[in-house]
Write a protein that binds this ligand. Structure first.
Ligand SMILES: NC(=O)c1ccc[n+]([C@@H]2O[C@H](COP(=O)([O-])OP(=O)(O)OC[C@H]3O[C@@H](n4cnc5c(N)ncnc54)[C@H](O)[C@@H]3O)[C@@H](O)[C@H]2O)c1
Ligand SMILES: [Zn+2]
Length: 729
């Protein structure tokens, strides 16, 4: 590969990344007070690694990529680890996992010289506990030393504090213990203890811990081990070494005869300061009464026998597919655990294979940490565009370098409005953190100003509509900027898509692409124009066949049968969603009645407030809208509903409080709610003592359980309909 040219921008970016990551990792490791989300750190770190791989000339020995962890704080005695406590390589998805498997198989082939592909192997999957690694030394079965990971080479001796952790045995449960045993594992704070500690700190006016990991780290560094005991730290072991006691300086770390470049890891000398004592020399297994483990799984079983609490969620996996299933499962089920995890650790089970593979400077080659899909990640803003919606509201959007978030690829995020843009001071070229949790639309949560390139400009909202070039309007008391040109193509497109949507007129085959064509070619200038479309006219469109044209004309004609409530919803009046449309049409059974009603009359309808009433009233005052109604009436759409007068409000329902839950056999939940409200009932979201009826459908969950404990009466859909009918007799 040719050496790539290093531009000043790339050089600057690498320097900025390094500075930011150094600062973040100092706050994280030394101060136990992180200011950056882990997922964001991981992603920026990865960017730095990628840049350093592409431009090796940019690597410096004090880059964060050259070091494990941080130098320990100084109030404890420093102890040099005999076998460094490594970090783990991160994988951010199944692809990374597959690459890792390919890589270690290739490496194995290189080391052993034999084809290994057919050799059987399996993996052990463990939860990656989000705590602090500890190395515990047992001499002749007695706990003599507990040391933190520190920078991986040198840690702090915190034996007194370690002894305060109840799940760490002070004496191994073995009749004939080997002279030296080293157990490594994760000390962590259960979530309940974490919350309690933070509550106490809040009351005492102390700074809160950012997360359980930092709280655990802070606790392990307490000088008073009574505090440690009170805070209920816990421990899961995951590594077992044993050997003979030895003094003196070790030349090179060796694990079962495989030399790693361990001893030369960057930062060793710098970190080895103050009082350094030496641990023990790891040895090949000496004759001992222990059954000799040959796999990681055996080690975990043995740790259990020795008296440790080993994490019960561990699992043996025969292949990558099983590993992926395990990871997928825990990325969801982790919320049920009483402690925090930040991923899954996948290890090659066979210790012999592990020994053959050995370590890089920072990681074992035989293990990898699969991180859970991030909900927040950094990326770079390439463009800021604005989108005009069907109400004319102008939404600014950040168009970004695509990034994986919560399992999907995200390339655009909403910036909400001009106030938000000003607050963020977001600029093209900025590195930003985007967030997408579950179903929420991705948004930009913050800007990493430290990574801002030179010569950026604040972003200005356009003053003209990007679609129709008319001036945009922003009332002082509103956050939203709008296009108020009724014939703006963006507004028209939005109106058409909404009109055809499932809950409105439900016109099959009329989707966004077709709407775009209609508006671009001027074939349709209002919703009413849809009803003048003929097969011949549709055939003038590109890529339109006779069959589809006929179908579409048929579907449009069918929509004339849709009830008044859907027509009202389809008009897209502000604040009139499908539920409000149902409620309004039950009271105002014709469009004439609704158009003639004043704000007060509309607002008296149960569930409709003045804001909605005003919006409806205003809409019908607009001459353009009146014309639209006339044309749609002429086309044959439904503007009259069933007659229900208010005397018929059901006595059984009026004034009663309902909750609807689960999937009903025929009604949509919103429809059931609207019917109850129209009959004078009240619908709320949660079950309480004040609930009169729970309307229950299939797959009802916690609301049903709650109703049962509170003794709330339950109704099926049929029973609800009967109750509604009774009122109309
Ligand atoms: N937020 C920040 O500002 C910031 C700064 C620096 C580092 N970090 C975080 O720290 C991570 C790097 O830290 P690291 O070097 O400790 O690596 P790591 O936390 O990604 O992985 C290694 C550690 O995993 C732990 N672990 C938990 N369960 C395990 C198991 N079953 N088997 C083996 N190990 C297990 C061990 O403590 C081990 O030391 C980054 O990925 C980042 O998320 C965050
Ligand atoms: Zn416009």
């Amino acid at each position: 590969m040719n050496a790539l040219e290093i531009t000043p921008e790339i050089k600057q970016r690498v320097q900025d990344l390094r500075k930011l990551l150094w600062q973040a990792s100092y706050e994280y490791y030394v101060l136990d007070a992180p200011t950056m989300e882990d997922a964001v750190y991981d992603q920026l770190y990865r960017e730095l690694v990628d840049l350093e791989t592409r431009y090796p000339a940019l690597i410096v020995s004090d880059s964060p990529t050259q070091r494990v962890g941080e130098r320990p704080a100084s109030q404890f005695v420093s102890v040099k680890h005999n076998i460094p406590l490594y970090s783990l390589e991160n994988a951010f998805g199944n692809e990374d996992l597959a690459k890792w498997q390919e890589r270690w198989q290739r490496q194995l082939l290189a080391v052993s010289g034999q084809p290994s592909a057919d050799e059987p192997f399996d993996y052990v999957c463990e939860l990656k506990i989000d705590g602090n690694a500890l190395a515990l030394t047992y001499e002749n079965g007695i706990l003599v030393r507990g040391v933190t990971r520190g920078d991986g080479i040198t840690g702090e001796e915190i034996t007194q504090n370690v002894k305060a952790i109840r799940s760490i045995p002070l004496r191994l449960n073995l009749d004939n213990p080997p002279p030296v045993v080293e157990v490594r594992g994760e000390a962590f704070l259960p979530l309940s203890s974490f919350e309690q500690i933070n509550q106490e700190r809040e009351q005492a006016g102390e700074a809160l811990f950012a997360n359980p990991r930092n709280a655990a780290a802070g606790t392990l560094r307490q000088l008073d081990s009574k505090i440690v005991a009170r805070r209920k730290l816990d421990f899961f072991p995951y590594t077992l070494h044993w050997g003979e006691k030895a003094e003196g300086r070790r030349q090179k770390a060796e694990v079962d005869g495989v030399a790693g470049e361990i001893g030369e890891a960057g930062g060793v000398e710098a970190a080895t300061e103050g009082k350094v004592t030496q641990n023990f020399l790891p040895q090949p297994i000496s004759p001992s009464p222990l059954p000799t483990p040959s796999t990681q799984w055996d080690c975990l079983e043995l740790l259990k026998q020795m008296g440790f609490r080993v994490n019960p969620e561990r699992q043996q996996c025969a292949d990558l597919q099983a590993v992926q299933e395990y990871c997928d499962r825990w990325s969801l089920d982790r919320t049920q655990l009483r402690y925090m995890t930040d991923g899954v650790v996948v290890k090659i089970n066979s210790l012999a294979l592990q020994a053959q593979l050995g370590f890089t400077q920072k990681f074992p080659r035989w293990a990898i940490a699969l991180k859970y899909p991030a909900e927040e990640a950094p990326t770079i803003v390439k463009r800021i565009s604005v989108n005009v919606g069907r109400t004319g509201a102008v939404t600014p959007l950040a168009e970004m370098r695509p990034v994986q978030l919560a399992g999907t690829t995200v390339a655009r995020a909403t910036l909400h409005n001009s106030d938000r843009i000003a607050e963020l001071d977001i600029r093209i070229g900025d590195t930003v953190i985007v967030r997408k949790a579950g179903e929420i639309i991705p948004e930009v949560v913050r800007v990493l100003y430290d990574l801002r390139p030179e010569n950026t400009m604040p972003f200005q909202m356009p003053s003209q509509c990007p679609e129709c070039s008319q001036p945009l309007v922003k009332p002082d008391d509103e956050a939203v900027t709008r296009c108020i040109n009724a014939s703006c193509p963006a507004i028209l497109r939005g109106a058409l898509v909404h009109w055809a949507s499932r809950q409105a007129l439900d016109i099959n085959g009329l989707g966004e692409k077709l709407v775009l064509q209609f508006v671009d070619t001027d074939l349709v200038r209002s919703v009413a124009d849809l009803y003048d479309l003929t097969v011949d006219r549709l055939l003038l469109l590109e890529r339109m066949g006779k069959k589809s044209a006929e179908k579409l004309v048929g579907a449009i004609a069918d929509s004339k049968q849709q009830p008044w409530a859907r027509v009202l919803y389809g008009l897209g009046i502000r604040h009139v969603g499908s539920v409000n449309a149902q409620i309004l049409t039950q009271r105002f059974t014709s469009v004439e009645a609704l158009a003639a009603a004043d704000v007060g009359a509309i607002a008296t309808v149960f569930g409709i407030g003045t804001e909605i009433a005003e919006s409806v009233h205003d809409w019908f005052q607009n001459p353009g809208n009146q014309q639209l109604i006339q044309r749609l009436q002429a086309a044959g759409l439904q503007f009259i509903g069933e007659v229900v007068d208010s005397d018929q409000v059901s006595a059984a329902i009026a004034g009663k409080t309902f909750v609807v839950t689960g999937t009903l056999p025929t009604l949509k939940r919103d429809e059931a709610k609207a019917m109850i409200q129209a009959a004078g009932g009240k619908v709320t979201d949660s079950v309480s003592k004040k609930t009169d009826y729970l309307v229950v459908g299939e797959d009802a969950g916690s609301k049903l359980t709650k109703a049962q404990t509170l003794g709330v009466a339950q109704l099926s859909e049929v029973e609800l309909l009967e109750l509604l009918d009774r009122g109309e007799e």
